[in-house]
Write a protein that binds this ligand. Structure first.
Ligand code: PA5
Length: 401
């Protein structure tokens, strides 16, 4: 279970305000469908069976989508290192990216999972158009290799129906970035042979944990808000584990898209340490005092590589040390240095790199974003800023046709 350590945060929380998930649901009943325990029902069993079946037939699953439609899935697969048969595309209009994916797929068997709640996002639809054509040219029974995940009755849903494509629906009351534990994330992760029942268990147990009035998720949301009130307007979400880096992407998305509103909110920024200590580490230490930092730390690290019989005399005092120990020393060093530099830090401790922990942590960040909205008095479930870009692009594209 996730634990939040505020020792170096400069924030002292004596007692938490009485904010519950009931308050969130009551205020936003039409968009909080994800705040309830997930049951392994016939839909989920169908997702697992379909995903396992298609896995046996193809070399790759091409997942097409952007933002909330793919960031959670990618975080999960990176964390579990199960992503060698899953390719993600559709996040840009960059033709080089399309060409490089096409090159990977040449001579290979592949299936497509196109994901868009609105069924209207141009990056997604245009990328789907290109790869649907490729599949049509290379596979006679291509219809059996296309899986559509979308909102009921969306334009993409109607297209899928007209073309007889297998469709998974996203419930109306679950928004993009909160939808990873629906077919959006469950189908591709089940394809990658992740035990999605364990993800669900981790998420359900996080939901249970926030029923405790003294829960760590609310503690994190309150600490962020108090730091914001002390003019800490940038949060570095930092990890020392490459496998967790893509989790910082979905954390960034949940926090920024949910809470960056009405001219306010904290700007989250992902960092991978120790890499980024050699670049923005300078700013953290001596730049403008607008930052605080949240470390994502794994309690039970793998510990397999040991330095032995070191030949380089400059570092031979490290004989017998493991890389994980050294990584932990790096974390302790940063903690100390940033404390001295008056940068408040929060540490979020995650048990391990497991499917259970992913579910636990994803639900933690969804709930922390929702609590953050209630605390800051902003609606965490809309994204007018993102929609403005989408509308302008649509208008521009249509005016040129
Ligand atoms: O969280 C959100 O709502 C967004 O990040 C969306 O997921 C993203 O814009 C993609 O939208 P759609 O799923 O409608 O294609």
């Amino acid at each position: 279970m996730i634990k939040v350590d505020l020792t170096n945060s400069t924030i002292n929380i004596k007692s938490l305000p009485k904010i519950t998930i009931g308050n969130i649901i009551e205020k936003y009943p039409n968009i909080t469908g994800w705040i309830k325990p997930i049951k392994v029902d016939t839909t989920i069993k169908d997702i697992i069976a379909t995903a396992h079946n298609i896995n046996k037939k193809v070399d790759y699953l091409l997942v097409i989508g952007v933002g909330g439609s793919i960031n959670g899935t990618r975080a999960c697969l990176s964390m579990l290192k199960n992503n060698n048969k899953v390719l993600f595309v559709g996040e840009t209009f960059d033709e080089d990216e399309i060409i490089s994916i096409k090159n990977i797929l040449t001579g290979k068997k592949f299936a497509i999972n196109v994901i868009s709640k609105s069924g209207q996002t141009k990056e997604t639809l245009i990328t789907f158009e290109l790869f649907e054509k490729l599949l049509q040219h290379t596979t006679k029974d291509y219809k059996n290799y296309i899986f559509v995940t979308t909102g009921v009755n969306s334009p993409l849903d109607q297209y899928a129906l007209a073309n007889n494509y297998k469709t998974f629906h996203i419930a109306d009351d679950i928004g993009g970035r909160f939808s990873t534990l629906t077919p959006v994330g469950l189908f591709p992760t089940a394809f990658a042979n992740v035990d999605i029942k364990k993800i669900i268990l981790g998420a359900n147990e996080q939901l249970q944990a926030v029923k405790n009035s003294n829960n760590d998720c609310l503690k994190y949301a309150i600490a962020r808000y108090k730091l914001y009130k002390k003019h800490k307007t940038v949060e570095l979400v930092s990890t020392f584990n490459t496998k967790l880096y893509n989790f910082t992407l979905i954390a960034e998305q949940l926090l920024a898209e949910s809470l960056g509103k009405n001219g306010g909110g904290i700007l989250p920024q992902k960092t991978l340490y120790t890499r980024d200590l050699h670049s923005i580490g300078q700013y953290v230490e001596e730049g403008k005092k607008q930052l605080f930092e949240t470390f994502l730390v794994i309690r039970n690290q793998s510990n397999n590589i040991k330095l032995n019989k070191i030949s380089n005399k400059n570092i031979d005092y490290l004989n017998g040390k493991t890389l994980s120990q050294i990584n932990n020393y790096a974390y302790q060093s940063v903690l100390k240095a940033h404390k001295k530099a008056l940068v408040p830090t929060i540490t979020i401790v995650i048990d391990d790199m497991s499917a259970y922990s992913f579910g636990n942590m994803y639900m933690f960040y969804c709930l922390a974003s929702a609590f953050g909205g209630i605390i800051a008095k902003v609606n965490p479930f809309n994204q007018n800023g993102v929609n403005n870009y989408k509308t302008n692009l649509n208008n521009l594209l249509m005016s040129k046709i």
